[in-house]
Ligand binder design. Structure first.
Ligand code: AMP
Length: 281
């Protein structure tokens, strides 16, 4: 992969990278299409990264659909699929990790200790192996995107980090490889995550600016759905990812919830223009 990528860069082409864990869906495909618009060639990586899963998490049962993924990437016209085996990424004796302090310990990081350390370590390795001009990530994982941007800046990486919009099902559920775990009833209940963010959007449109009251509106929707239990919901500044007491120029409402046995996350981006706040789900 290093050789192929080095050759591609030599010919002065704009190399793009889309890192994934496979079980590909429209969310991934949207990143790939964004990459194809701006880059050629495009490398897609598929690697279920053991270092970003906690000991009691779903690493073993994480969906692996390699043949279907490979066929989908071929029909999208992807130039290179990079799917290294785990013991090549982490050979015996591996002992170097990268950690973005502060940002990695909140929200997802608090619920999943060590998660972001695993993410940043593997993403740094992928960025170092491929050295793309641009690397594409989804806003679905807004905290992850923020942390990767910080790492790229702090470590003077040459890759531009591009963050793409969230792709949703018709009922609003954000596409995720983990949605495959949901049974029929859980799948129906899972739209509560989107509906809770939509409730926040409606409150903001009606003039509400107070974080606590916005989160009450969010919780009301989640609490009405017995199959869904909230892990966290916060309104945070887009740069610090620290809680804010009222709406700021750019902020996020972020939530994580369990639907049956499946943990899902979602968020909405809130941006101020003049006196109004635009909410993007
Ligand atoms: P994953 O395979 O879950 O690690 O995701 C790979 C990339 O796809 C990450 O940058 C995710 O943020 C992004 N992604 C996953 N689901 C979606 C979605 N529904 N919309 C947009 N991007 C997504």
């Amino acid at each position: 992969m290093k050789q192929v990528a080095a050759d591609a860069r030599k010919s002065d082409r704009v190399l793009g990278l889309v890192p994934t864990m496979g079980a590909l869906h429209e969310g991934h495909f949207s990143l790939i299409r964004a990459a194809q618009k701006q880059c050629s060639p495009v490398v897609v990586s598929i690697f279920v990264n053991p270092k970003q899963f906690g000991p009691s998490e779903d690493f073993q049962k994480y969906p692996r659909t390699f043949e279907a993924d490979r066929a989908a990437l071929e029909s999208l016209g992807i130039d290179y699929l990079f799917a290294p085996p785990p013991d090549e990424v982490y050979p015996p004796g591996f002992r170097t990790y990268v950690q973005v302090e502060g940002l990695s310990e909140r929200l997802e990081g608090r619920s999943r200790p060590g998660h972001f350390r695993g993410v940043t370590t593997v993403v740094l390795k992928l960025l170092e192996i491929v050295q793309p001009r641009m690397a594409f990530f989804g806003r679905k994982d807004a905290q992850q995107a923020r942390i990767i941007r910080q790492m790229a800046s702090d470590l003077n990486l040459a890759s531009e980090i591009v963050v793409c919009p969230i792709v949703r099902e018709t009922d609003g559920l954000a596409l995720s490889s983990r949605n495959r775990y949901l049974n029929e009833e859980d799948r129906r209940a899972a739209s509560a995550l989107y509906r809770s963010l939509d409730a926040v959007r409606r409150e903001i449109a009606a003039g509400e600016r107070d974080a606590a009251r916005l989160l009450v509106a969010l919780r009301r929707v989640i609490d009405a759905e017995p199959r869904v239990s909230l892990d966290y919901a916060e309104l945070v500044g887009a740069d610090s990812f620290e809680p804010v007491v009222s709406l700021r120029k750019v902020c996020y409402v972020l939530l994580a919830a369990r639907v049956g046995g499946t943990r899902l996350i979602d968020n909405a981006l809130i941006e101020q223009t003049g006196d109004t706040f635009d909410v993007t789900l």
